[in-house]
Design a protein. Structure first.
Length: 707
């Protein structure tokens, strides 16, 4: 499947997920539609019932007003009768000016106004209470006839009563008063019966309407209550069903999250971890309750500050819609991330995938996996490949090298390793003793590296140099203890295994067919081996060197031969790296482009003399003094007072080198230290002759009787 088709498929998948989400949204609306309709019906029922009560109240106000007005009519007419009857106790000559007329006028005004309002309907204004009420027109025939009759009779009464006050003589006033009394007496019963009839009828009608309203209200309340109870029952049942479904879904999700072997969680734009995550997240990250926490805070104690900044920028790009997800996947800084959880070193992979909501990046799904086993397996496979490569290289070297030289190398390596083990086991825990152990181990390792380099055993040379790097760091440590040596055991074990591999290869080859012509043609003499070694040294250091050797091949004493071989390798390395100049420099100094290195081993009476001479730089005593000042061994004033013998002694001290940087061949300051250690052990001596930019000659005297 092409990348384009995969991308199209991914886009289709996103669309389908979006459509599914919309469908689910529609389903949820349909699910709650009945509930919404039920609530609307309940609400409309309550509103309808309240509206009915309001309408009943508004309609009843007219009935109450009619009852009130009729009651006022009855009361005020009775006041008129009472007050007019009260005029008979007043002197007829003074009746027109009697104070009771004020009350009579007020009652007559109210009575007339009430009769008019009750008959035709309208606004009744209560003068005494200072209120107004809307009164409906009498609609009942019986009541209407009585109102009309009362209005007629009241119309006849008013002028009779008024004539009492307008009489011109006491006799006329007395006659008018008697006539008014007679008419009032005749109409009082009628007015009382009529108003009682109207009040009784209106009260009956109002009671009937009130009873009907109460029945309707009661039925409405019961119906609404029953409907509400039914609604609650259905709603609660649906809620319980929904809760059960949600609980089941949550239980399933929890089971999945607790069972899945990788860490899963959602990450928002602010890098906050979601509340739902797999149990494995807490195990992988070594943190509890990571929900709601910031991812960078969780990872702060696990990864470097630089990786945290890179992670922040990377996730920011994930939320950038213009950045293609597949393009930034390769920039993920949290792949094969090395962390330490509960004091255990682990490797974690963090994979990030976008989650879209309607084409908008909503969140990022993070998948965390423990890939420790895979990383270790890859490392093991890589180590095995390296071992195979080394073995192939060793096999090729052994096939082309002198077999006896390889056997000597294996034996010498075993001897060096035994010396290292002896040094490690030796007593002495003071800092001086421990630094002394470091220097002693350094000498053994450097010697092994030199012999391996001379035999072109590059794999062994690299391992030895790695061990030298560890020793060099240990020497730079301000305060060391016995625990610092524990890390060297692993690297030493690798050298032991590799040496055993070389031994096994030699043994297998020895059991097979004789060596090939190519292998047989290789130089087996000491001079040949040293010449090949010098040639490689010169090639690596970009120099031209001509080498010559004469004298003994061997002394016949294995231990002495091994020491001579060690010294020769270190001296040859120093001559090529330190002594011989590059072709350009030699030409400027009027020398031949190729430097000359001569070496000889001679027997003289009871001793052997090993001599090595080159026509290179010579010993630069000023450079030695400057380096001694730079490393703080001497002050500038003290360095000026040092003679050549003291300066040469510095060259033989552990870790001293005039080179500023080290490489495979020099710069560790161990070569001459090894030579001094071996010469002292044999009871020999050394003499040095040198001229700046001309030559250097080392001559070693080794006693025969030292074994």
């Amino acid at each position: 499947m092409t990348k384009k088709s995969k991308q199209e498929q991914s886009e289709k998948t996103s669309v389908s997920v979006s459509s599914k989400a919309k469908f689910k949204g529609g389903g949820r609306f349909a699910r709650y539609r009945a509930m919404v309709i039920s609530l609307a019906i309940l609400l409309f029922s309550i509103v309808g019932l309240l509206y009915y009560l309001y309408d009943f109240y508004e309609n009843s106000k007219g009935d109450y007003a009619q009852i009130y007005t009729t009651t006022r009519l009855e009361t005020e007419f009775s006041n008129v009768v009472k007050n007019v009857y009260g005029l008979e106790h007043i002197n007829p000559a003074e009746v027109s000016a009697a104070p009771d007329w004020k009350a009579i006028d007020a009652s007559m005004q109210v009575t007339g106004h009430a009769l008019a309002v009750i008959k035709d309907g309208g606004t009744y204004t209560d003068i005494i209470a200072n209120t107004t009420q809307e009164v409906g027109k009498i609609s009942s025939r019986g009541k209407d006839e009585r109102i009309v009759e009362m209005s007629k009779r009241w119309g006849e009464l008013v002028p009779v009563i008024q004539s009492i006050r307008t009489a011109t003589s006491p006799e006329e006033a007395s006659a008018n008063l008697e006539r008014a009394h007679a008419m009032l007496k005749a109409n009082n019963a009628f007015f009382s019966d009529a108003t009682t009839y109207i009040l009784t009828d209106e009260q009956s009608r109002l009671n009937e309407k009130t009873n009907n309203a109460e029945r309707i209200l009661l039925i409405g309340v019961i119906v609404i209550a029953l409907y509400f109870i039914l609604f609650l029952f259905i709603f609660i049942r649906r809620m319980l069903d929904a809760d059960n479904e949600a609980e089941e879904a949550k239980q399933e999700t929890t089971e999945i999250m607790n069972t899945v072997t990788s860490g899963l969680f959602l990450l928002d734009k602010d890098l906050k971890i979601g509340s739902q995550y797999s149990k494995q997240v807490e195990i992988l990250l070594g943190r509890q309750d990571v929900g709601g926490q910031n991812l960078l805070d969780v990872l702060g104690s696990l990864i470097s500050h630089e990786d945290l900044n890179t992670t922040y920028a990377f996730i920011g790009q994930l939320y950038n819609p213009r950045t293609k997800e597949r393009l930034i996947g390769s920039l993920n800084p949290l792949m094969r991330q090395k962390v330490t959880i509960n004091n255990k070193e682990r490797f974690l992979d963090f994979n990030f995938r976008r989650i879209y909501h309607d084409k908008t990046i909503a969140r990022v799904l993070v998948n965390v996996e423990d890939v420790t086993d895979a990383v270790l397996l890859e490392a093991k496979m890589e180590q095995e490949r390296e071992q195979n490569d080394i073995q192939l290289e060793m096999l090729s070297t052994i096939l082309q090298a002198d077999r006896s030289s390889i056997i000597d190398f294996v034996d010498n390596t075993n001897r060096h390793i035994q010396n290292i083990n002896g040094t490690l086991k030796s007593s002495g825990e003071s800092e001086t003793d421990l630094y002394g152990k470091v220097n002693a181990i350094f000498r053994e390792v450097h010697s092994m590296k030199g012999e391996a380099s001379a035999l072109k055993l590059n794999g062994f040379t690299v391992m030895a140099e790695n061990l030298e790097n560890s020793l060099h760091k240990l020497k730079q440590t301000p305060k060391i203890s016995g625990e610092h040596f524990l890390g060297l055991a692993v690297q030493l074990e690798e050298l032991i295994r590799l040496n055993q591999t070389i031994d096994d290869l030699v043994s297998r080859i020895a059991g097979q067919t004789p060596v090939t012509p190519v292998a047989a043609a290789q130089p087996a003499t000491a001079g040949g081996r040293y010449a090949s070694f010098v040639h490689e040294l010169a090639e690596r250091n970009h120099k031209e060197v001509a080498f010559s050797y004469n004298g003994l091949e061997k002394t016949g004493k294995p231990e002495l031969d091994n020491v001579i071989n060690e010294i020769a390798i270190q001296l040859l390395r120093n001559s090529v790296v330190h002594g011989i100049e590059t072709a350009d420099v030699r030409t400027q100094r009027s020398k031949l482009p190729a430097g000359l290195v001569r070496m000889s081993l001679q027997e003289q009476n009871d001793k052997y003399v090993l001599t090595l001479e080159d026509d290179g730089n010579g010993i630069d005593y000023d450079a030695i003094a400057r380096k001694a000042v730079r490393i703080g061994k001497y002050s500038a004033e003290e360095a000026k007072k040092l003679d050549k013998r003291a300066l040469v002694a510095l060259l033989f001290s552990p870790g001293f080198s005039t080179l500023e940087t080290s490489n495979e061949d020099a710069g560790r300051g161990v070569g001459l230290d090894i030579i001094k250690d071996r010469i002292v052990a044999l009871g020999g001596s050394v003499s040095i002759a040198s001229k700046l930019q001309a030559y250097t000659r080392f001559s070693f005297t080794l006693p025969k009787n030292k074994e």
